[in-house]
Write a protein that binds this ligand. Structure first.
Ligand SMILES: C[S@@+](CC[C@H](N)C(=O)[O-])C[C@H]1O[C@@H](n2cnc3c(N)ncnc32)[C@H](O)[C@@H]1O
Length: 231
């Protein structure tokens, strides 16, 4: 589970200072990175559009750049300026990253405010959904739906058992918030074909969800998302 030491320290610091958005004390492992990019790594010959949402120090990006070719697009949306600077340095310094830097765009803003120029074939998201208020999660889920092409794949992860542990320990409005977020996530999943995989070689161990958008998408639970967005 080798990690780049400076980036691990940065992560720990950002976790301390911005717990809600950083969501983890350390970057993900390459095992999780390989799992979350599984569909993208099986891409066909046609050009693809990829969105890396919450790339942090670029652990998932490392896998993504290996599978991109001229004609593809990689957009990255990251809220934290410290992580953006790490990514910019990597695109300037690392040969494989440099090779594709012409068709990469890095945006520093909250994903829910991102107005993408066109939808994506693959969205890889690291956003710590369970840390956010339901209205923000609803915005994020709405953006995933809007930005994923029909037949496209959205892959994200959550830490194994963390939600269940937090629900058990939390009380009052905190518990209500966690339950509402879980309900929104399940509702959004139900609009897709979904597969899952558990990755134990990560700290903490994680569960990856791959959601494939139907070819003829019809939003069945828009009202639930709309209610949460306007709450
Ligand atoms: C758990 S970290 C994962 C980072 C990296 N992908 C990894 O696996 O090591 C979550 C990342 O999402 C970013 N993030 C959190 N909320 C965000 C938002 N609303 N929009 C964009 N990025 C966000 C954080 O700054 C952080 O880089």
């Amino acid at each position: 589970m080798s990690r780049r030491p400076g980036e691990t320290t940065l992560f720990l610091r950002e976790f301390w200072e911005k717990f809600e958005t950083t969501g983890s004390i350390a970057p993900s492992t390459r095992y999780l990175a390989r799992a979350i990019t599984r569909h993208l790594r099986r891409r066909g010959p046609a050009p693809i559009r990829v969105l890396d949402c919450g790339p942090g120090t670029g652990v998932f990006t490392e896998q993504i750049v290996e599978h991109l070719r001229p004609g593809d697009t990689l957009d990255m949306v990251e809220i934290n300026g410290c992580f953006i600077r790490v990514l910019q340095k990597r695109f300037a310094a690392e040969p494989r990253w440099q090779a594709i830097s012409d068709f990469v765009n890095i945006y520093e803003l909250p994903f829910q405010n991102f107005a993408a120029p066109a939808p994506y074939d693959f969205i890889v998201s690291s956003l710590p959904h369970s840390n956010f208020p339901p209205a923000v999660v609803a915005e994020i889920l709405h953006s995933y739906t809007r930005l994923l092409k029909p037949g496209g794949v959205l892959s994200y992860y959550e830490y194994l058992y963390l939600r269940q542990i937090r629900t058990t320990l939390a009380r009052g409005t905190r518990r209500d918030r966690i339950r509402s977020v879980a309900q929104l996530m399940l509702s959004h999943m139900s609009e897709h074909r979904v597969t899952h995989e558990s990755i134990l070689m990560n700290v903490p161990p994680a569960r990856v969800h791959h959601l494939t958008a139907p070819a003829d998408r019809v939003g069945r639970n828009g009202s639930l998302l709309e209610r949460a967005r306007s709450a």
